[in-house]
Write a protein that binds this ligand. Structure first.
Ligand SMILES: C[S@@+](CC[C@H](N)C(=O)[O-])C[C@H]1O[C@@H](n2cnc3c(N)ncnc32)[C@H](O)[C@@H]1O
Length: 258
């Protein structure tokens, strides 16, 4: 889901250089925002992610950075089997359906996550969570090694242009200066104004190069938008999308070979 609110000063920074730590506190706020009727996750992102996943009957799913696991529970309801959700915050649904297992773990250290050793999955998801990987290529390589035959990875990222627009407004600079900047930047979370998130900047070519380095190719890329109906019902969301564009969704397949 896009973090679509800007806020004022006086926030608490995320813990000592590890943005994942902020999620120990942020997780319930995120879920509250996600379930609002006008959240972009409900209106745009999850419908597009779900469509790209297609029929999941009999497919095993690994959701990395699954938050409370609500999306995984829906997939199991739709027929997915033997599925696992991993999240650092462990703010999981209290009563997961049969076929779903939740594990507290770090997507930067997939080889060390208890319960994943030796397992493979038909679908591996990084939905707005990949940015927390300390070494993105290593994390994607570890995920690729867990793909079953004919499996794919579904990975979503915020449009980097959004951050460039925000940083340019904040710093009185230009879009290009911010888009091509390599310095990490911080911003107050729209889900809890007490928490500041730190991001590494990235360009579209950075993302493509990371996929390549991890031995993956892009089968499909989409930039989902509001439906006509949602545009009429939630014009403030269309205004936000007009300015910040939304998210990118990639369906990634492994190149054959090591
Ligand atoms: C923006 S939320 C996205 C949640 C969910 N995938 C969705 O699409 O609604 C990012 C999630 O990544 C999780 N996360 C952050 N750092 C992580 C890490 N190092 N390992 C595992 N999960 C992490 C957070 O706890 C949070 O649930």
């Amino acid at each position: 889901m896009s973090d679509d609110a800007r806020a004022a000063a006086g926030s608490r920074p995320d813990s000592a250089g590890d943005p994942s730590q902020a999620w120990l506190e942020l997780a319930p706020d995120y879920e509250r925002a996600r379930t609002k009727e006008d959240s972009l996750d409900r209106l745009v992102e999850w419908p597009a992610q779900r469509e790209l996943l297609g029929d999941v009957t009999g497919r095993s799913v690994l959701d990395l950075g699954c938050s409370n696991g609500g999306k995984l529970a829906e997939l199991v309801h739709d027929g997915a089997v033997a599925s696992v959700g991993v999240d650092v915050s462990a703010n999981f649904l209290g009563d997961p359906p049969a076929g779903v297992e939740f594990i507290r773990g770090d997507l930067s250290e997939l080889d060390a996550v208890p319960g994943l050793a030796g397992r493979t999955f038909d679908r591996i998801l990084f939905l707005q969570s990949f940015g927390y990987a300390k070494d993105p290529v290593r994390t994607l390589q570890a995920a690729r090694a867990m793909l079953a035959d004919d499996g794919f990875i579904l990975l979503t990222k915020t449009q980097p242009i959004r951050y460039a627009v925000e940083q340019a407004e904040q710093n009185g600079t230009s879009l290009g200066e911010e888009y091509f900047s390599t310095a990490p930047f911080s911003y107050v979370s729209g889900w809890n104004e007490q928490i500041t998130l730190t991001k590494r900047p990235y360009t579209i070519s950075d993302l493509i190069n990371v996929f390549s380095a991890a031995g993956l190719w892009i089968e499909t890329a989409i930039e989902p938008q509001l439906s006509e109906d949602a545009r009429c019902r939630y014009p403030h969301k269309q205004e936000w999308m007009n300015k910040y564009l939304g998210i990118l969704i990639f369906k990634l397949r492994p190149h054959p070979g090591p």
